[in-house]
Design a protein around this ligand. Sequence first.
Ligand code: PLP
Length: 448
Amino acid sequence: MEEENSIKEENTLNINLGQQLWTRAKEIIPGGNMLLSKRSEMFLPEQWPAYYSRADGCQVWDLNGRKFHDLSIMGIGTNLLGYGDTEVDAAVTKAVSSGNMSSLNCPEEVFLAEKLIAMHPWAEMVKLARTGGEANAIAIRIARAATGRETVAICGYHGWHDWYLATNLQDESQLSQHLLPGLKPNGVPKDLRNTVKAFSYNSLEELEKISEEYDLAAVKMEVQRSELPKKGFLEGIRKLCSDKGIALIFDECTSGFRETFGGLHKKYKVEPDMAIFGKALGNGYAITAVIGKRELMESAQNTFISSTFWTERIGPSAALKTLEVMEREKSWERVTHIGKYIKNNWIQIARTHNIKLNISGLSALACFSIESPNSLKYKTLITQEMLKRDFLASNSCYVCTKHNKDILETYFQNLDLIFKMISNCENGYPIDNLLEGPVCHETFKRLN
Ligand SMILES: Cc1ncc(COP(=O)(O)O)c(C=O)c1O
């Protein structure tokens, strides 16, 4: 039995142990895992290493013990200081050895709340959670409870919960512009139709129209994802919300800590009524936060928001140490600098090979797509070829402070070779001759 459960040491047979386990996983875990973005099919179906045995800095070891440089999603943006940051891990180890749970509360949650408020002086109160989706649900509940209104306008990705997926009850294209197209709202009560309205980024007009038709409780949005905000866009939203008594909520789960010490809204000098942090806050440990103005946050008391594991000690301990290291190292400057360097090199390599590249995203969350009908096949080819060269890499790079020059230079040299292959394909060589497996998925697809 024990042997059945263990991952066999078959390295010498050259079997991809990760794919072997992934096949097992898909039999008993719907979709194979718990997060769409970490499915093998999103990168390189049938070939991706799928599982890690160890992670350190920006290196990841797969189940075969093979080492890769991670120039891909870095834990999907969680590990801005790299994997296994020694100081953060020491704080976590201390939390574990002094008892991670008890019948009393952990003091670290108060210290973390104080720290987040000190970093965002417009905010006066805090609620902590452990996932971004939960934090988003908390913020929406508070906004609805505080305003006594129901409808919410959204712009961006805000998690998997009913309140958000309800956007697609109107029709399944509503969320198409907001990171994940094609999400099916099956299982979401039909009565939630029209409780959420999506508006396009940089279209104040669309939001104004929604706010004329509906009595909005909240505007929930990402400050910036792929496009830069047009002049006056964020300010216009702030004014509209203030004029109409709508709670403005910035979802900074992904944008937070990438360009400022805290929310990206600090850069644009537009203050929301509530903000949400997640991902990088605990450098890989589960901790998320909703911060907000007292008059809104107090409404959490007039409804019911409560959960057992929101009280454990690892999350806040990790976050406190992460914030300390970030502040000392000014990590947001460093990841932005590295991200700009990556974007510039992508542009140069593409130019050399006459490839049309679209680049988007914050510098620390840089992303490119190749302008071609074969774009998805090229993305697959890049992942396939990079993997052979010991890199986890696709078409986006979540930067961490451990991405050093040596690693990046090797990455660019390899990318140059692959872009040359792509250039040949653009000039007529059949891309299908180069692909060694199926093409990656573009977005959510049911896995059989
Ligand atoms: C802006 C934003 N909000 C919310 C979420 C959901 O967070 P989680 O996956 O931790 O539930 C994400 C995750 O990618 C996100 O990018």
